[in-house]
Design a protein around this ligand. Structure first.
Ligand code: PTJ
Length: 260
C-alpha cells in the first residue's frame, strides 16, 4: 500500500488498511469494517481531536485503573489491529492483563489474536475460556477465570452494550472507549471515553504516569467526582454541534483552459 504521508487523510487511511489487513489475516471480523466506518463518522463530527470531556474521562479512568485490584483490558478483533502496542503499553503502566473477548467468537480467531500478541512478546488471557459471565447470552460471556471473571475493573472498547450491562450487574467497574456517546456501551459504563481509541489509549498511559504519584485518597476523589452522564451529554452536544473543522477552500483553475 503506497499512501503518501503528505496525504491529508493519511492517518485515517492507514487505520482503514489496518482493519482491512486484520480481516484478511482472520483477526478482525468483516463486520468490524462496518463498525470502524461508524466510528470514523463520529470522529469526523468531533473534528478528529480529543475534547476536554475525553481528557477528563481518561484521567478518571487512569485513577480507577491504578486503584484496581485486578484490571483487565479486553481485546477484540478491531482493537487487536488498531492499537496492539498501545494496549500493551497501557497494560505495562497500569499492571492490567490483556484478555481476548470476541462477539463473533471462534477458537481460530482467539488463537490468531494470541499469536498476534505473542509476536510482540506479550501473553494474553482468554485463549481457552474457562468461565462465563452470568446473565449474558452472546459469546462475549466466554471469559478467563483469572481474567475478566475475577477482575474488579474492565476496559472495553468498540463493542455492543450487552456485555457492559452484564459486567456492571456483576459488580465490576467498566471503562468504555466508544466514539458514539449514544451507544449503550458508554451509557452503561462507569467511565465513558468518547474518543478515537488511537488517541485515547496514549492519553490514558500519560495520565497513569502522572497520577501514579498521587495518594489513594486523591485518586478516589478523582473517580468520585467523575460524572458520566455529564460527559456523555457534552460529547453528544459536540457531535450535534457539527464539525468545527476548517472548511477546505475550492482551488482556482490555474492551468490554461483547453479550447473545445
Ligand atoms: O471482534 P469481535 O468479534 O469482538 O467484533 C467486534 C465488533 C466491533 C464487530 C463488534 O463489537 C461490533 O459490532 O461493535 P458495534 O456494536 O458496531 O460497536 C462498535 C462501536 O465502536 C460503535 O459505537 C463505533 O462508533 C465505535 N468505534 C468504531 N471505531 C472506533 C470506535 N470507538 C473508538 N475508536 C474507534 N476507532
Amino acid at each position: 500500500m503506497n499512501i503518501p504521508k503528505s496525504h491529508p487523510r493519511y492517518l485515517s487511511l492507514m487505520a482503514r488498511h489496518a482493519v482491512e489487513d486484520g480481516v484478511k489475516a482472520g483477526i478482525t471480523t468483516p463486520t468490524g469494517l462496518v463498525a470502524h466506518g461508524r466510528g470514523e463518522a463520529y470522529d469526523y463530527l468531533l473534528g478528529e481531536k480529543t475534547h476536554e470531556f475525553s481528557t477528563a474521562a481518561c484521567r478518571a479512568a487512569a485513577a480507577l485503573m491504578i486503584l484496581a485490584e485486578k484490571a483487565v483490558i479486553s481485546v477484540n478483533g478491531n482493537t487487536a489491529v488498531l492499537v496492539p502496542d498501545e494496549m500493551i503499553e497501557l497494560g505495562k503502566v497500569s499492571g492490567a492483563a490483556l484478555e481476548v473477548n470476541l462477539f463473533y467468537d471462534s477458537p481460530k480467531r482467539r488463537k490468531l489474536i494470541e499469536k498476534h500478541f505473542r509476536a510482540r512478546g506479550v501473553k494474553i488471557l482468554g485463549v481457552i475460556p474457562d468461565a462465563g459471565i452470568p446473565g449474558l447470552a452472546s459469546a462475549r460471556k466466554n471469559v478467563a477465570r483469572e481474567g475478566i471473571y475475577s477482575a474488579d475493573v474492565v476496559l472495553v472498547s468498540l463493542e455492543d452494550g450487552d456485555r457492559t450491562e452484564a459486567l456492571v450487574k456483576n459488580g465490576k467497574r467498566v471503562i468504555a472507549v466508544d466514539l458514539n456517546p449514544m451507544s449503550r456501551t458508554p451509557q452503561y459504563a462507569d467511565i465513558a471515553i468518547v474518543d478515537n481509541i488511537q488517541r485515547a489509549l496514549p492519553l490514558m498511559v500519560k495520565e497513569i504516569k502522572a497520577l501514579k504519584k498521587k495518594s489513594r485518597a486523591e485518586l478516589e476523589k478523582i473517580v468520585a467526582a467523575f460524572d458520566n452522564r455529564k460527559i456523555l451529554d457534552q460529547a453528544e452536544a459536540a457531535i450535534r454541534g457539527g464539525s468545527k473543522k476548517k472548511k477546505v477552500k475550492r482551488p482556482k483553475a490555474t492551468a490554461a483552459k483547453k479550447k473545445n
